[in-house]
Design a protein around this ligand. Structure first.
Ligand code: XIL
Length: 325
């Protein structure tokens, strides 16, 4: 489904969405919409430590196995999310404190998980959200089990291990808050670029940066800033992709036509800024339909109206955001 070319002769950019495990099993209309629109899928959960590692000695692969089977049956590819993140960690990992233990646990985890899906999952969010979120002045490393024990070295360990296990997989550092026209987003772009430079200087393998792109609906996209970051990455041979696109619409107008138009414009601005420099290797939204979205968990609207952050309505009708993509 990902082959073919546009009129301009450019290969098509694969589109996909994060998939929720529950409705994947019991909502046939949802499954059909995924098949109709997506060339790529990624689990909204399932490969996170909290889902995969109930205890130190076991791995529970049933969710990612189910999604991979669905993808294969329908000619789609699957991305992996995620191998090293500060959040969604099971309780028992709090007992990991020494550097040696942290390195051993992280390495074993990545060897086991990437090894199981070698050749089947061609792209991994190896490190998710490495940047801290505390101040706009200087953006350091996000605190985590891994950062506390290993410092920035955890990023190198994760990437090197994943590369050793599946040298052909696209290895991605994925983060949010990079897109808006704010000082904070600017600081995050610079900090991310610095991290990528240090990794390169240490000879650590990295293929791409993922823009999560949970876009704040009430802020403009810094199109020049985004283009500049993509260009700077390109000059280091680092690809980009959009991994978790949605538009946070909690403070946008209630009126639907107006709201959907703003949502679509944010998406168009972001994708335009990237495409003016290069083709992203993929574009994925964090969910496909407003029926199943994480947005109201964090950004519920004050007026009680449902959020509309995604390309399809809650009854699977395409919205202006889908046209924009
Ligand atoms: C979210 C899921 O969508 C929720 O269902 C879950 O409860 C928490 O995690 N950035 C990420 C994703 O990288 O893993 C997050 O997913 C959303 C923000």
């Amino acid at each position: 489904a990902t082959d073919g070319a546009t009129a301009a002769g450019q290969p098509k950019i694969p589109f996909g969405a994060a998939v929720r495990d529950g409705p994947l099993q019991d909502d046939e209309a949802y499954r059909q919409a995924l098949v109709q629109y997506c060339q790529l899928v990624v689990g909204e959960g399932g490969l996170k430590w909290v889902d995969l590692r109930p205890d130190r000695s076991s791995f529970d692969f049933h969710q990612p196995d189910r999604l991979l089977a669905f993808a294969r049956q329908n000619g789609m590819k699957m991305r992996g999310h995620t191998l090293a993140w500060y959040a969604a960690m099971p309780e028992w990992t709090n007992a990991i404190t020494s550097a040696a233990e942290a390195e051993r646990e992280l390495t074993t985890h990545i060897e086991t998980v990437v090894g199981r899906y070698r050749g089947e999952i061609p792209s991994w969010d190896v490190v998710n959200e490495p940047l801290s979120d505390d101040s706009s002045a200087s953006v350091g490393l996000r605190d985590s089990v891994w950062a506390a024990a290993l410092g920035e070295r955890y990023v190198d360990i994760a990437l090197r291990t994943a590369h050793a296990v599946d040298p052909r997989a696209q290895l991605v550092i994925n983060d949010y808050g990079l897109e808006a026209a704010t000082e904070k987003a600017r600081a995050r772009r610079l900090s991310l670029l610095d991290l990528v430079r240090r990794l390169r200087d240490r000879g650590t393998p990295l293929d791409a940066v993922g823009f999560q792109a949970h876009l704040p609906g009430d802020l403009d996209i810094d199109t020049d800033g985004v283009s500049q970051l993509v260009a700077d990455l390109k000059s280091m041979d680092i690809e980009v992709l959009v991994t978790e696109l949605d538009v946070i619409d909690d403070t946008l107008p209630a009126e639907i036509i107006e709201r959907d138009a703003i949502v679509a414009r944010r998406v168009q601005d972001l994708l335009g800024a990237i495409l003016s420099v290069t083709q992203p290797t993929a574009i994925l939204t964090w969910g496909l339909t407003d029926r199943y979205t994480w947005v109201p968990i964090w950004y519920k609207r004050g007026d009680g109206k449902p959020n509309r952050p995604l390309p399809l309505t809650d009854t699977f009708e395409p919205k202006p955001m889908m046209q924009a993509i």
